[in-house]
Design a protein around this ligand. Structure first.
Ligand code: PGA
Length: 254
């Protein structure tokens, strides 16, 4: 088996105007040029995708979007289709982020529809799951993760799983400065991989990459990446500065 390629993705959320996005990506390109053995993606807001795509020409950094709608086109004011993202140069799309689930009514069912629509258009998916603080305190972490995995990936076959990355992001760790300890994260990552093995096969479970997300910084990335089942990170706050995100990308040198 080939080892899983570490994957660091920056989720910029609703930050950066187009001008700011170009500046950030220029700095980032310089800060990580020559880095090998790691895949890198940035997910700017929709408005900056085109400009960032142009700026990334010739770079190994991949472009990602933060969401999409599952319909191809039509009367869906305010939404963006998979084809639009593909055409603007996106390689990945983040789906089911906890902020979408919390603030915009995303459910496991709509996440599943979005994933299918993205894959059908040839986009790769960063599929986000994670329990809230309340669910964690009630001892429901594993049952919540299990449901999110089962329902989010419903009716997807082995072949489609090749184009999916899972991001485990405990909601209580997002933007709070409270990271799961490497041990806590690893326990859930191992559970997720086990679940994928049950739903698919050993091979699929060994190949799928599982990122950790939630207050990842240059200070804690190394400990997380030392865990057997953590294959990268989905980074919010620390991806907004080239200095911190480039250190995360260069975790092997830390
Ligand atoms: P954070 O966000 O790194 O700011 O906690 C992570 C995420 O929501 O993807």
């Amino acid at each position: 088996m080939m080892g899983r390629l570490p994957f660091m993705a920056g989720n910029w959320k609703m930050n950066k105007t187009t001008g700011e996005a170009i500046d950030l990506v220029r700095e980032l390109k310089a800060a990580i040029s020559g880095v090998k053995g790691v895949e890198v993606a940035v997910a700017p807001p929709f408005t900056a995708l085109y400009a960032v795509c142009k700026e990334l020409e010739g770079s190994f950094i991949r472009l990602a979007a933060q969401n999409l709608y599952w319909e191809e086109k039509g009367a869906f004011t305010g939404e963006v289709s998979p084809l639009m993202l593909k055409e603007v140069g996106c390689h990945y799309v983040i789906i089911g982020h906890s902020e979408r689930r919390q603030f915009f009514g995303e459910t496991d069912e709509t996440v599943n529809r979005r994933i299918k629509a993205a894959l059908a258009q040839g986009l790769k998916v960063i599929f986000c799951i994670g329990e809230t603080l309340k669910e964690k305190e009630e001892g429901k972490t594993f049952s919540v993760i299990e449901r999110q995995v089962e329902d989010g990936l419903k009716n997807l076959g082995d072949k489609e799983m090749e184009n999916i990355v899972i991001a485990y992001e405990p909601v209580w760790a997002i933007g709070t400065g409270k990271t799961a300890t490497p041990g806590q994260a690893e326990e859930v990552h191992r559970f997720i991989r086990g679940k994928i093995e049950k739903l698919y096969s050993r091979e699929v479970s060994e190949e799928i990459r599982i990122q950790y997300g939630g207050s990842v910084t240059p200070e804690n990335i190394k400990g997380l990446m030392e865990q057997a089942n953590i294959d990268g990170a989905l980074v919010g706050g620390a991806s907004l500065k080239a200095e911190s995100f480039s250190k995360i990308v260069r975790f092997k040198e830390l």
